[in-house]
Ligand binder design. Structure first.
Ligand code: SF4
Length: 402
């Protein structure tokens, strides 16, 4: 039995982009004509209202507006949305409110408008500062636009994440290191560095570009970890690096197996109520979602998570944290004693993938490097192993910002 519900976050999905990037498997749809911003915000608010009975009496500790490309929306739409959220559910006064932005849609005036609407953290999908690499992965912006967006975001928000990718087509170790160095030198207090993956169903999966092999990508990862450590960043999650005080509070709630409402096309939610964990997913196609939300049925799937699946779900998140997690958190979030995973823990410890004492469990450097191998030990029963392990950090679709 889960003793009490965990902290609650809110994820809002904005599903449109100027153009679909060839590596992207997120629920993002190429913008055709005018985006129905007003109608979409109305649908989001209806979606939120329909979810409120599941979270009565609880406060939202953080909000993340992701996509897609939320920065396609006008500041006035974001203002309307954030005000509507605040009038329907209690949001902590000091809540982190993050929004994703694409440098290709950058205008300083817009950034100021988002800040005035209540956004206090910006996550910028830079990916690289190198024009040729950006073109190779189909981004709509160049290096200079990324530089201007980062500079402006730092001036306006201060609290900024820069998303970078490495192991890009034709990328050398020096080029990857140059991107990391530039993001650090430009002063981003939080940087997320993701390995480019060729996801099934994407153009890159059908026609793969030539990317660095496994060993060269691993060298890039070692080099970037060294650069961040040398520059004083804390490596606190598989792909996330932060200066002191700048860890993402919203993402930490996911990794600590907290709860989140998820509203918007294709958004996922995890809600603990009546001592059970429920997962939900909204309809993915934007127009269908809007219609369904306005008639009170935005859900595509909702299911109670079986008790046997909870240890894997918990580990999938918590073992991404470099510092690991307190033993007590496992019981607090799953309602199960840590003995429920004792055999798997012993095995992982024997293989040098984790270290633990009676209070704390953390992945070792080897466990972090072979995270999938570590996680698959917790898959319940006969479920197929590798295929079910997504390395995702946001509840819409995946890890990278737009
Ligand atoms: S990677 Fe980002 S910008 Fe590109 S299509 Fe996906 S969501 Fe849109």
């Amino acid at each position: 039995m889960i003793p009490h519900p965990p902290p609650l976050s809110l994820y809002v999905h904005i599903p449109w982009c100027v153009r679909k990037c060839p590596y992207c498997d997120f629920n993002s749809h190429e913008q055709r004509g005018e985006i129905p911003e007003r109608e979409y915000v109305t649908a989001l608010v209806a979606d939120l209202e329909a979810s409120l009975p599941d979270v009565w009496g609880r406060r939202v500790t953080s909000i993340f507006i992701g996509g897609g490309t939320p920065s396609l929306f006008k500041p006035s739409s974001l203002d309307h949305l954030i005000t509507a959220i605040r009038t329907r559910i209690p949001v902590n006064a000091e809540a982190e409110i993050t929004m994703e932005a694409n440098p290709g849609t950058f205008e300083a005036e817009r950034f100021r408008g988002y800040q005035e609407a209540g956004v206090n953290r910006l996550s910028i999908g830079v990916q690289s500062f190198d024009d040729a690499k950006l073109a190779a992965i189909g981004r709509i912006h160049g290096g200079d636009e990324a530089r201007r967006a980062v500079e402006s975001a730092l001036e306006i928000f201060g609290n900024v994440n820069v998303d970078l990718m490495y192991a890009l087509p034709g990328q050398s170790a020096e080029e990857s290191a140059a991107d990391i160095r530039e993001a650090i030198e430009r002063g981003a207090p939080h940087i997320s560095a993701y390995h480019l993956t060729l996801e099934p169903g994407t153009p890159f999966h059908r026609n793969p570009p030539t990317v660095p092999d496994h060993d060269r990508a691993a060298d890039m990862q070692d080099a970037l970890e060294w650069s961040f450590a040398h520059a004083g960043y804390e490596h606190y999650e598989t792909s996330a690096f932060a200066r002191a005080g700048f860890r993402s509070r919203h993402n930490l709630n996911y990794w600590n197996f907290g709860d989140y409402l998820g509203i918007g096309a294709g958004a996922h939610a995890k809600i603990t109520s009546l001592q059970k964990v429920r997962r939900e997913m909204r309809i993915r196609q934007p127009e269908a979602y809007m219609r369904a939300s306005l008639s009170g049925k935005p859900m595509r799937e909702a299911r109670e998570v079986d008790e046997a699946e909870l240890p894997f779900e918990f580990m999938l998140n918590a073992l991404r944290l470099v510092e690991g997690f307190p033993v007590a958190l496992f019981t607090e979030r799953t309602g199960l004693p840590i003995l429920a995973v004792d055999a798997q823990m012993n095995e992982a410890q024997g293989l040098g993938l984790i270290e633990r004492d009676h209070e704390w469990i953390r992945p070792t450097a080897k466990g972090r490097r072979f995270l999938n191998e570590l996680l698959e030990r917790f898959i319940p029963g006969d479920a197929p192993a590798r295929a079910v392990i997504p390395i995702a950090t946001k509840p819409s679709t995946g890890p990278r910002a737009s």
